[in-house]
Design a binder for this molecule. Structure first.
Ligand code: PLP
Length: 345
């Protein structure tokens, strides 16, 4: 028995298991030693993802955190700074890697979901000079994880591109769920790609692959990225088995994200009457704010668990529901019933 057999798991979209079709693709993948650059399936995945975003090259990495941190090391030298929002994954959930491995300092603007005021970011850029910490990159998250799956509008990203250009800083996109933004707003992936110097994208979240993320950028940067990845212990050998899952996910699991968004909207609708929604569920995340509820986040999670539903606790009064490939429509209805029953108590 696994967790998936016992519970409806709404904690994260990382809990998906490879489908039969994906496992078949993995089992039959052509492979070689990727540290020698000889894995044809990895090479094909990298070329495919680079092309999707309109960039020259991409690099397969074991995790999104590694992909982000490699990208940051590419664009921010030690002792220089990164600007991002206070809830950004790159500084919240990556164990201080930017500082620990890259010698990168970070300064943040206040996080308000996926809302960004480009003039505030512009005002934070430090002028160059030997007495200041130079701003070398600005990072944004699309969609925003702690921001409840919010989507940054294209106009905001264009304005940030101008801020970055004026500052001669790089613009990085933590695009772990950029596929969801693409599906929600109908912006082509290449449209996003054109605005960023570097991107990281995840295959192991909503797309349902078991492992894998990529750094996307220029050929020169990805060449350097390969060395950084090896230094960080991320050189993989017959990784084609994993890349095959990623290629399968790109072919079969992007457009269907609309179903996950619809499921999230249904969950949100079911619990809206209890006044616990922390925002609009635009993609596959449903953010909860339990400030006005009768129970706090750990109690809600425990009560839901007792009735077979797993949710994520983010703080004493904040929680999150996530829809994904492994949550059926029936399971969504069942979870909605359980959560409504618990919240009504
Ligand atoms: C999940 C996630 C990542 C990468 O996480 P890993 O667990 O290291 O693969 C990066 N950014 C965001 C916004 C994420 O949600």
């Amino acid at each position: 028995m696994t967790v998936a057999d016992l519970f409806i798991d709404l904690r994260s979209d990382t809990v998906t298991r490879p489908t039969a079709g994906m496992r078949e693709a993995m089992a039959t993948a052509e492979v070689g030693d990727d540290v020698y650059g000889e894995d044809p399936t990895v090479n094909a995945l990298e070329a495919e993802v680079a092309a999707l975003f309109g960039h020259e090259a991409a690099l397969f990495c074991p995790s999104g955190s590694m992909a982000n941190q490699i990208a940051l090391q590419l664009v921010v030298p030690p002792g220089a700074e990164l600007l991002c929002d206070a809830d950004a994954h790159v500084i919240t959930y990556e164990m201080g890697a930017a500082a620990a491995y890259g010698g990168i300092t970070s300064r943040t603007w206040p996080a308000v979901g996926a809302e960004i005021a480009p003039d505030v970011v512009a005002g934070m850029v430090r002028p160059d000079g030997y007495w200041t910490v130079p701003t070398r990159a600005i990072a944004v998250e699309q969609t925003h994880n702690r921001g409840g799956g919010g989507v940054i509008p294209l106009d905001t990203l264009r304005a940030l591109r101008e801020v970055a250009d004026a500052a001669q800083a790089a613009l990085h996109c933590d695009g772990a769920r950029i596929w969801h933004a693409h599906v929600a707003d109908g912006v082509p992936l290449a449209g996003y790609g054109a605005l960023f110097d570097t991107l990281s994208v995840c295959l192991s979240k909503g797309l349902g692959a078991p492992v894998g993320s990529l750094v996307v950028g220029s050929a020169e940067r990805i060449d350097r990225a390969r060395a950084i990845r090896k230094r960080m212990g991320g050189g993989l050998r017959q990784a084609g088995i994993l890349a095959a899952a990623g290629r399968y996910a790109l072919a079969h699991h992007v457009d269907r994200l609309a179903e996950d968004h619809a499921k999230a909207a249904r969950l949100a609708e079911a619990i809206a009457p209890f006044g616990v929604l922390a925002g609009v569920a635009r993609t596959n995340l449903v953010p909860l704010d339990l400030t006005k509820a009768s129970l706090d986040a750990p109690s809600l999670a425990a009560a839901a668990r007792a009735d077979g539903v797993l949710i994520s606790v983010l703080g004493p009064r904040t929680a999150r529901l996530v829809t994904h490939l492994d949550v059926t429509d029936d399971a969504v209805d069942q979870a909605a019933t359980v959560l409504a029953r618990v919240l009504r108590r």
